[in-house]
Design a protein around this ligand. Structure first.
Ligand SMILES: C[S@@+](CC[C@H](N)C(=O)[O-])C[C@H]1O[C@@H](n2cnc3c(N)ncnc32)[C@H](O)[C@@H]1O
Length: 284
């Protein structure tokens, strides 16, 4: 039986670190984290014996450059793919300045989608872009991919389309923050409405919206020139990458186009057996 005194002692232990070092607490219950500028987003073990504020303070102590620590309390959801966050330590709002491959990105992870984990994939993609290309980035968010392509390729023009009005505002701010780049145009709105307003013949179209990008394949194929590149993202179970290629192939058949060649590139883990994958396809 637990006495009142023991109960009070246990409660005090979860509210305070009880003499346990910050590094030990972090190692014990933090299951993963992302750092965006001076904001950290941590995942805390369900069975944690510590109060979340204690974990937040411990995390900040182990990384003194952090201003704010938030806890991830669910998966990205809704059409804007927002991550539910709960502030657990530090001060100020979620707005921060993050550096990715030398680019300056203003981010508010509580109001827009942005993942620092995709930086290497954006860099890979920029490396595929040839000189003088016209590139369309559907679902462009705060514009990290348009900026990466502009910075690390000789593309002639990059267009981005984003529906979340606040992400679009930050995209405009990010273009100003990297003002030496002048080949990007970003538009606010639903791709289904904005894309028919654009001139077609794009050399390359990127679709970074896993799960629902399939709904927009027809729209993308309308604007892609014969012989152009399509980069289609999806979440795939281990060993089932062919399903993503099949979705592209089926859309080609529907639209009277031909999938000339394709490869699939795994570019991140979503869970133990699930990957974020990109189909790099040439479409005749
Ligand atoms: C997975 S996020 C990727 C954002 C960005 N490309 C990045 O890598 O940071 C997908 C984005 O698509 C936007 N979105 C969802 N549906 C859309 C639509 N129908 N038209 C335009 N944007 C859309 C969301 O608001 C979100 O910012």
């Amino acid at each position: 039986m637990i006495t009142d005194l023991q109960h009070e002692n246990r409660k005090a232990m979860t509210m305070n670190s009880g003499g346990v070092s910050p590094a030990t607490i972090v190692e014990e219950v933090v299951r993963g984290y992302d750092i965006i500028g001076d904001v950290a987003i941590v995942k805390i073990a369900k069975e944690s014996r510590w109060d979340t504020e204690v974990v937040g303070r411990a995390f900040r102590k182990t990384r003194p450059y952090l201003r704010l620590v938030a806890r991830r309390v669910g998966d990205c959801k809704g059409e804007f793919r927002l991550m539910p966050l709960e502030r657990i330590a530090g001060s100020g709002d979620f707005t921060t300045l993050h550096k990715e491959y030398g680019l300056r990105l203003h981010v508010d992870p509580s109001r827009v989608y942005y993942s620092p984990r995709s930086g290497a994939e954006r860099f890979r993609l920029a490396g595929l872009v040839g000189g003088k290309e016209r590139v369309l980035v559907m679902f462009s968010g705060i514009a990290p991919l348009p900026l990466m392509i502009a910075r690390y390729s000789d593309a002639a023009q990059i267009i981005g389309i984003e529906k979340n009005p606040y992400a679009h505002q930050l995209a405009l701010k990010n273009l100003r923050a990297n003002a030496y780049i002048d080949t990007i145009r970003v538009y606010e709105g639903d791709v289904a409405q904005r894309m028919p307003e654009l001139n077609g013949g794009f050399d390359r179209i990127v679709m970074p919206l896993p799960v629902s990008a399939a709904d927009y394949l027809g729209l993308a194929l309308e604007l892609l020139r014969p012989g152009g590149w399509l980069h289609y993202y999806d979440f795939c179970e281990k060993g089932k990458f062919k399903g993503a290629e099949a979705a592209v192939s089926a859309a080609c058949t529907r639209m009277g186009r031909k999938l000339a060649s394709s490869t699939v590139h795994a570019c991140g883990h979503v869970s133990v057996h699930k990957y974020r994958a990109c189909v790099d396809a040439v479409i005749e």
